[in-house]
Ligand binder design. Structure first.
Ligand code: LLP
Length: 414
């Protein structure tokens, strides 16, 4: 559910016409709906936090400070994967006691930074990383709280690039080796074994793979308890999908909780951590782009717009589908076209062979579901300044990130 809807022929974000925002702030422009974000945060809080769970928003989906402030005000924590994300989370006022830190390549400096800030736990991805954390904690005279990320070898049935919980991927430790790793961790002087972590992939549209993975992890927790290793935190990861196309019908947080919490309750004494990114912010954001030119080759129609793969990489990288709607509906009928950006690559497209409203130059198109992994994956490729970001709240709107300038492009160069 989101609050981008047509009123008459005009597409609105809450109470504001998107065309007006494009006029005021220029394009390409990311626009977020505050009510949509809040709605999703509340859905997660109701599903998981009322029973004592901790909601840790995955910053990689969107790390704009205003978005994070909203989450902090709602009491959410953070799932981070770098020192930079830790910096952003703290700056937004997110409590370190609700920050979990995953990723296969944490550096010694990043580990030290997180230890000094006293985060909830490191989600450790290898034996060598565990040793590094132990050694850095030793230097700081600290004890590092950890969860081991286990790889349950379950197929999440999603795109291979965003699938993580199978043996062929770099993430986590094989379930079979986990007992041994926990044994090693428990013997380390500067490690405090706190939890266990799983994250099997992203844009999952069914509950079943989550359940299959969870069953394996709960089994493991029981075996660990039998050997005297007591875990208090169970981090079930993120990964719940959103509806990019009409064929997709992903479960809502309540359904996810309904499928998982009864299994977890059977193993008492566990605080649940959940790490959603996309399902909080994905359909709370759109990318506005202006039609610059149209052209026909013998084979194809092209709609050339002012947003490219540097602004929204998902279609180019994953062949991802994003619905594209006109900011103002017209009666000109439709066409089948490729919507392409200005970048000098044939892989630079927002949509391929898409049936789409007829647009004229200067008109605004809205790329839907662009709130997650949109701005956060954008770049300056082709020396294009990155887009601006705006938050809509009812009838009001605020610039939450300025458009970059040419000067920004060379800042830091010597
Ligand atoms: N926790 C961990 C350990 C993760 O690796 C991820 C995402 C999440 C939580 C959040 O997953 P979400 O709830 O957003 O699905 N760039 C890709 C998605 C990459 C996801 C990476 N990990 C895309 O645009 O689809």
């Amino acid at each position: 559910m989101h609050y981008f809807t047509y009123r008459g022929n005009e597409l609105y974000a809450e109470g504001v016409p998107l065309e007006a925002l494009a006029r005021e702030y220029g394009t390409p422009l990311y626009v977020y709906s505050k009510s949509t974000i809040l709605r999703h945060i509340k859905a997660y809080k109701k599903a998981f936090c009322e029973t004592g769970g901790i909601l840790c928003f995955a910053l990689k989906a969107n790390s704009n400070g205003s978005v994070l402030k909203l989450l902090a005000e709602e009491g959410a924590g953070a799932d981070i994967v770098s020192g930079g994300e830790l910096f952003r989370a703290l700056k937004a006022g997110i409590s370190p006691s609700k920050i979990v830190y995953a990723g296969v390549g944490k550096t010694a400096d990043e580990i030290a930074y997180a230890l000094r800030k006293k985060i909830l736990m490191f989600n450790v991805e290898s034996g060598e990383e565990l040793e590094m954390i132990n050694s850095v904690a030793g230097e700081l005279g600290a004890k590092a709280p950890v969860a081991l990320r286990v790889n349950p070898d379950v197929d999440p049935r999603t795109h291979p690039y965003i699938s993580t919980g199978m043996k062929k991927y770099k993430f986590g430790m094989p379930v079979e080796d986990a007992l041994e790793f926990y044994g090693r961790a428990a013997r380390m002087e500067h490690i405090l074994v706190r939890g266990i972590h799983q994250h099997i992939g992203s844009q999952l549209t069914e509950v079943a793979p989550f359940r299959d993975a969870l069953k394996k992890v709960l089994q493991l927790i029981k075996r660990l308890r039998a050997t005297g290793v007591e875990l208090t935190h169970l981090d079930i990861g993120g990964g719940l999908g959103i509806r990019y196309s009409k064929e997709e019908n992903p479960p809502v947080p309540e359904e996810l909780a309904g499928g998982l919490l009864p299994l977890i309750k059977a193993v008492p004494g566990l605080t649940v951590v959940v790490e959603p990114g996309r399902s909080i912010i994905g359909n709370a954001g759109v990318l506005l782009t202006k039609c610059l030119y149209r052209k026909k080759t013998g084979e194809k129609n092209f709609v050339i717009v002012d947003a490219g793969m540097n602004d929204l990489l998902r279609p180019s990288l994953y062949g991802a589908f994003h619905e594209i709607l006109p900011a103002r509906r017209n009666r000109r009928g439709s066409q089948v076209a490729d919507v392409v950006g200005p970048i000098c690559e044939s892989g630079d497209f927002l949509a391929k062979d898409r049936r789409l409203a007829m647009v004229k130059n200067g008109e605004i198109l809205c790329v839907m579901g662009a709130g997650a992994y949109g701005y956060s994956m954008s770049s300056n490729y082709n020396s294009r300044p990155r887009a601006a970001e705006v938050m809509v709240d009812g009838e009001k709107h605020f610039l939450i990130r300025k458009r970059e300038t040419y000067k920004d492009l060379i800042r830091g160069e010597l």
